[in-house]
Design a protein around this ligand. Sequence first.
Ligand SMILES: NC(=O)c1ccc[n+]([C@@H]2O[C@H](COP(=O)([O-])OP(=O)(O)OC[C@H]3O[C@@H](n4cnc5c(N)ncnc54)[C@H](O)[C@@H]3O)[C@@H](O)[C@H]2O)c1
Length: 316
Amino acid sequence: MAKKVTVVGAGFYGSTTAQRLAEYDVFDTVVLTDIIEGKPEGLALDMNQSRPIEGFETKVVGVTTGVDGSGYEAIAGSDIVIVTAGLPRKPGMSRMDLLEVNAKIVRGVSENIAKHAPNAVVVVVSNPLDEMTALTQLATGFPRNRVLGQAGVLDTARFTNFVAETLGVPVKSVKTLTLGSHGDTMVPVPSQCTVDGKPLTEVLPAEKIEELVVRTRNGGAEVVALLKTGSAYYAPSAAAARMARAIATDSGEVWPVCAWVDGEYGVSGVYLGVQAELGASGVKKVVETPLTEGELGSLREAAEAVRAKQADVAGL
Ligand SMILES: NC(=O)c1ccc[n+]([C@@H]2O[C@H](COP(=O)([O-])OP(=O)(O)OC[C@H]3O[C@@H](n4cnc5c(N)ncnc54)[C@H](O)[C@@H]3O)[C@@H](O)[C@H]2O)c1
């Protein structure tokens, strides 16, 4: 069956995501939208011209949308919509500093998604991530399994990359995990991390693991500080595109994502970073993993921190 995916926001995150999705060659159409007149059309034209070189058939369609919702007809029939619209951080800013401005943008985008692509699975990436995911579910009114956020795939990839670089081993021999929020209460989970199947705790001293955990938690800020304008997008777009691919192909892959939890880990009623099985319905199932008492405590603390903030977004 022909598959259609829309990426809302044609900035750095959105455009690289659209390119990755097109290059997978598993979608019929990738729609890329933005409010900047001509930008999505220009990027789509450019990406389509790479088709003969990269050898993919997926068609990229660029559409300028208006604040009045004009242009959104183009997203009709999308199986998946990825929301990247919104401001990125500047050096020194926390993700939470973007809350009010991005809430306005994400609410408007969500209302248009609900109107024009009522059956889509929505993957949110705009920051602050956990709050924007909760807001998108509220504003679309979609079932909670059909709205999820991208954070854990990226945070885990950063952790894995740091461990692999530290040990000088291939990234594929390293498995790591991060749960919790996409912010200060991110919960890297060393007890579930392995290198060639050996527990990370046997391969690296505790102080080194802690150093990598801190670097992972600040992974986004480290890139922002170097770039000075804008935030990371290569690894983030890889993360969102892989999630969309898992959903489109109904793969059942388990990835760490921001998903609605309902009793897992003793936590209920909040969007939180957990592992989940992804498929055509979005989150098919939240998958619990064994945690140490300390890790479980940190995850529950993260849940309470994001719960308070997510309650605030209802009014934004
Ligand atoms: N979840 C994550 O892991 C993660 C990682 C990196 C960045 N982000 C977030 O992703 C978002 C996008 O980052 P970026 O680097 O692409 O920023 P960017 O500034 O390059 O692009 C944002 C784009 O959104 C567009 N936009 C604004 N309002 C819109 C609307 N109403 N409809 C459609 N498009 C609209 C802008 O015109 C711009 O082109 C930011 O909020 C950033 O913080 C999240």
